[in-house]
Write a protein of this length. Structure first.
Length: 384
């Protein structure tokens, strides 16, 4: 049985759009750092072609023979790399923006977390399908004991990703995906709510231990506090209101770029907010840049293509009789959708900015390779 051709074609189109955007949105940064005007587009094109090839190659493999080795290879391989990052010298693991998330290899930067996400979800899917079942009213204690081994692994991963690598966005994507998977393997609502409460406490601790995260939360809150506090009693308003000394730089310019795009956009290459007002607009703020140059029509097309990708992935999950494949494809769809929503809500000011890339669109080799490997494994599974 052939792999899902619609899924493969739609992802390839999104990757093609990322090549165009990496050229259209990067002129300011190429001038700033004295790079060739084709610096980013050549790199993105190279990773795009490699990603499409890997996605196609994985789709040709037999899932009964290769899905498990690839899934566990990604899980253990990326786990080892993330542990090594804790001890490797700064020449190999440089601190970029205060965060050590990348391993520098032959002039390229590799982010192991992009591959860990796939491996971790496969590990959960494989293990949940063997050991997790409906709780059957056996009590909250039983469910916690059943979940404990996964909780230990998950806590270790979140400590490295969220605390050591200072990547709260990826931590939230993994956390949200695991929580939803727990519902689909038959966990009770009591267990779900108890683990949700524990995770909320963990997120609060991660935020409160980093001044830049506190500043980011305050910056976001200052943009929405007038709207929210107008509905609240006066004593709550006095307690929660914070002084606004300056308009939050990134959120303000991001919203202005979205507004400036209107219906049809300014045209390819004609955006103005990419010219130093939004930093790294071809990565984390790529949806803002897309909206300004292509307008509502452009963002509507991209979101529609992304929805097609998600629907095809979830259709694979709904049609398979293999529990591992069901949970894995469901998990991959959740990771892609949560990452897209976290970025979209952040750049539009609905939630704080998390600094997470848009799957298939944002510039970056690790991101596009990781997402394409995930879809390639889903394509492989779709043959069943």
């Amino acid at each position: 049985m052939p792999a899902d051709k619609v899924l493969f074609s739609t992802v390839s189109i999104l990757i093609g759009i990322s090549i165009l955007l990496s050229y259209s949105l990067s002129p300011y940064i190429t001038i700033l750092f004295h790079l060739s005007e084709f610096h980013f587009v050549i790199r993105q094109f190279s990773f795009a072609m490699l990603s499409i090839f890997i996605m196609w190659f994985l789709s040709t493999l037999d899932p009964d023979k290769w899905l498990k080795p690839i899934g566990f290879g990604l899980f253990f391989g990326s786990s080892v790399l993330m542990l090594l990052m804790l001890i490797l010298p700064e020449s190999i693991v440089p601190a970029i923006g205060g965060a050590k998330r990348w391993i520098k290899v032959f002039g390229f930067s590799l982010a192991p977390v992009e591959f860990f996400k796939i491996g971790f979800i496969y590990f959960l899917a494989w293990s949940f399908s063997r050991k997790m079942d409906y709780h059957g009213g056996r009590g909250l204690k039983y469910e916690w004991l059943r979940f404990l081994p996964y909780g230990v692994i998950f806590t270790g991963a979140i400590f490295i990703i969220g605390y050591e690598q200072k990547d709260l966005g990826q931590s939230m994507v993994l956390t949200g995906t695991m929580l939803i998977l727990l519902i689909f393997v038959g966990s009770s609502y009591k267990f779900f709510l108890s683990i949700l409460a524990l995770i909320v406490v963990g997120i609060v601790l991660l935020i409160s231990t980093a001044s830049h995260r506190i500043g980011r939360i305050q910056s976001w809150w200052s943009t929405i506090q007038d709207t929210v506090l107008d509905l609240a009693p006066s004593f709550i308003e006095d307690w929660l209101r914070i002084p606004v000394e300056v308009i939050p730089y990134q959120i303000g310019h991001s919203i202005n770029a979205i507004y400036n795009g209107a219906l049809f956009g300014e045209g390819v290459g004609n955006g103005t907010f990419k010219l130093g007002f939004l930093s790294e607009v071809h990565t984390d703020f790529i949806l803002s840049g897309l909206m300004e140059e292509f307008g509502f029509i452009g963002i509507f097309i991209v979101v529609s293509l992304f929805l097609v990708v998600l629907l095809r992935i979830f259709k694979v999950a709904s049609r398979t009789e293999d529990t591992t494949i069901y949970l894995f494809t469901l998990g991959m769809g959740l990771i892609l959708s949560i990452a897209f929503l976290v970025n979209a809500y952040g750049i539009s000011g609905i939630t704080p900015i998390k600094g997470i890339s848009v799957p298939f669109l944002s510039y970056g080799g690790s991101s596009i390779l990781g997402s394409s490997i995930a879809v390639g494994m889903v394509l492989m599974a779709s043959k069943k």
